[in-house]
Ligand binder design. Sequence first.
Ligand SMILES: [Zn+2]
Length: 160
Amino acid sequence: MEIKIHDAPGRGKKQCPQCKLYIGVRNRVCVCGHEFIAAQKKSTSTAQAPEKQEPKPVFNRKDFFSTTISTPAGKCPANLADTDYETVEEWAEKIIRHGEAKNVVYAVSALKYWSRQFYDVFSEEYKLIAQHLNEIMTPTLEVGYEDDEDVTTEGEDDAD
Ligand SMILES: [Zn+2]
């Protein structure tokens, strides 16, 4: 079998450790007689597998606003008279405007906290109000949910 000898490295060539000549990678024996042992495939692929990136939340207003209140102190600045959506929305707006005047942002949990001054935490009314607040306040003030909601995002389904 004829062996082509090269004096420079390149694609499809390998260097003989014995005579330092470059020969085609397919040659198992060099012109000098050196025998190449079948190259073992290095399993570096697993170590270099790119890690799947954690899905980042779209809204992270915590960094955006200077002060976010999730547990307000004192008396609620607005009176919550009813549990229907519009009343709750009006009430929430009053509080949000009240906060803006003080350069403070109230989280959903803050509004829920205050609504409990009007309705018991275990009451059906409070459940309703909390639901309304979630709708009203999401996503612009999606900060400080007191309910430990499962927002884990599973990876996309790899349907093959
Ligand atoms: Zn050689």
